[in-house]
Design a protein around this ligand. Structure first.
Ligand code: UD1
Ligand code: UDP
Length: 366
């Protein structure tokens, strides 16, 4: 039997890879094992529980305040053991995390083919996002299959000389996940708390934003909450202690701002769906929001997801306090602008990416 190995380690990879694991398992024509690196712990386990995926291998690499050296070396060595024991015919990695990079490097060293899901996103600035832009370019070098979410991603891979026969445009598996989570009749304690107010949902965690940029972001959010009494803010905080410390200091003690633990994807997607708008430096949120018609002020200078800018849902606001604050103000005060940004236009496919990927792999390997 053909042996597949699906590797992931962080929350966003898990959200986007569990639909693929389930698709292969549903078909039952190939052996599919899952290796989690445990680059994340609680946030990863939340997703595994939600999608009912039990890993076959767990490298348990996470440490508090882990460095890129820690993650890379621990995943690389851990993967060596898994590859030697299982001997997969093909290994799936996702996107641009250090888990995905180190796993693809381990496959290269063992000369095992790699399938890259969410391939071809680029900013072409190696430090933005950091170290993700390097990771995704490096994975492309090792990959045999490039599953590009959009035509633009395909174009980026072609520019780098990748063989056109190895690139497939499939849409993004995040839409597959969204189809299983979002419910129009959803209600929770959080949505009840926000009732009658305009709810702003926040996420922030990027490595290159830690420190002063994140403080500026949080100050802008605080000003917005102080100046608009009909606004309530919910921020499910990333567990990174460097993020939390600043969040408590700059956003704590305001009755209209709630700093909470990370939500599982079911609750988070539905909370997004109840939001007035979203403030985020996250990648995945930029893909989900256009499908829901939820404006996102993206707290980055540059994005690898220009499809959302084109759809009109995203606005890049960088990390300057005044610019973020003014953009929030404008979106809260300018009804026409808000309506324009709120039209749902989904550039990431119809939720069939996992199916398309499985079809291609079965056609080639069975
Ligand atoms: C990682 C990825 C980033 C991705 C993000 C998604 C890299 C280099 N970075 O960044 O691309 O956007 O995940 O969230 O691959 N922590 C916990 N529990 C958890 C998760 C994290 O306590 O479940 C804490 C730990 O102290 C850890 C720290 O957060 O040391 C940072 O985690 P890490 O995976 O290194 O970086 P992220 O910012 O999460
Ligand atoms: N998300 C979640 N719970 C939260 C916050 C975010 O499930 O409390 C989801 C979000 O919907 C998206 C993914 O996590 O699918 C994004 O992850 P993150 O921002 O950690 O990483 P990035 O996408 O920036 O790599």
């Amino acid at each position: 039997m053909v042996k597949l190995l699906v590797v992931f380690g962080t929350r966003p990879e898990a959200i986007k890879m569990c639909p693929l694991v389930r698709e292969f398992r549903r078909r039952g024509r190939m052996e599919v094992r899952v290796c989690v690196t445990g680059q994340h712990r609680e946030m990863l386990d939340q997703v595994l529980a939600l999608f009912g995926v039990t890993p076959d291998y767990d490298l348990k690499v996470m440490q508090e305040d882990q460095t890129l050296f820690d993650i890379t070396s621990r995943v690389l060595y851990g993967m060596k053991g898994v590859l030697e024991e299982y001997g997969p015919d093909l290994v799936f990695v996702h996107g641009d995390t250090t888990t995905a990079f180190a796993a693809s490097l381990a496959c290269l060293y063992e000369q095992i083919p790699v399938a890259h899901v969410e391939a071809g996103l680029r900013t072409r600035d190696i430090y933005t996002p950091f170290p993700e832009e390097y990771n995704r370019q490096a994975i492309s070098l090792a990959a045999k299959y490039h599953f590009a979410p959009t035509q633009l991603a395909r174009y980026n891979l072609r520019l780098e000389g990748r063989d056109p026969e190895s690139i497939y445009v499939t849409g993004n598996t995040v839409i597959d996940a969204l189809k299983t989570t979002v419910r129009e009749d959803y209600k929770s304690e959080l949505t009840e708390w926000a009732k009658g107010s305009r709810l702003i949902v926040v996420t922030a965690h990027r490595r290159e934003n830690l420190g002063e940029p994140m403080r500026r972001m949080f100050r802008a959010i605080r000003r917005m909450a102080d100046d608009f009494p009909d606004v309530k803010v919910i921020y499910p905080m990333h567990p990174n202690p460097a993020v939390r410390q600043e969040a408590y200091e700059l956003l704590g003690g305001n009755g209209r701002i709630r700093l909470i633990e990370p939500l599982d994807a079911f609750d988070f997607h539905n909370l997004m769906n109840h939001a007035y708008f979203i403030l985020s430096d996250s990648g995945g949120v930029q893909e989900e929001a256009p499908a829901m018609g939820k404006p996102v002020l993206v707290m980055r200078d540059i994005t690898e997801r220009p499809e959302g800018l084109e759809a009109g849902t995203l606005q890049l606001v960088g990390t300057d306090e005044e610019i973020i604050y003014r953009a929030c103000r404008r979106l809260l005060e300018d009804k026409d602008r808000y309506e324009r940004m709120s039209r749902a236009r989904n550039p990431y496919g119809s939720g069939t990416a996992s199916k398309k990927i499985a079809d291609i792999i079965e056609r080639d390997l069975l």
